[in-house]
Design a protein around this ligand. Sequence first.
Ligand code: GRF
Length: 202
Amino acid sequence: MVRIAVMVSGGGTNLQALINAQKAGLFPKGEIKLVISSSENAYALERAKQAGIETMVISRRNYVSGELFDLANVTALKDHEIDLVVLAGYLSILGPAMIQAYPDRILNIHPSLIPSFCGKGFYGLKVHEEALARGVKITGATVHVVNEIPDGGRILIQKPVAVQEGDTPEVLQKRVMEEAEWVILPEAVRQVTEAIAEEKEK
Ligand code: GRF
């Protein structure tokens, strides 16, 4: 079984999509074993508890340095023998220790078609505000592998979403989540857990 950890910071709707997909048998080779939140107030923690998934809060402000914060995350993941890390609305920056501990094994969902509207400072509603300000007709979401460059790793899946007349950032964000994020993140987890399971069976 491929052991999955999901790292969250907020409402957890992407986590919920993963929980629902797991229940529906979309990725039988994988199982969500741990949810780590960077904030103790994240509603994502409630979603995990309702699904019977172990939770931890590892908050950057409890550590004197980024290195110690990174080490706390790596230690928690290794203690739980995690094979695959999924960032789902996770807002803290992961340092080199995390990337080195999980090469090609950290996925992130970003609410735009990378390389548009991504990189430092582009997260949450800001992404959609910029897409509307630029006047793009098509936006969407991307699942990519996490490396040392913010939003810079290999792209796994993308899904386009049409911008509609009169869209506000909130309305556009909701459509991108419903039509793209909540679809491609579970699909990416299915593909990657199949690949890891195959490797483990060799
Ligand atoms: C949303 O802006 C989503 O587009 C991005 O992270 C934010 C929160 O997502 N991926 P979630 O509801 O916490 O999964």
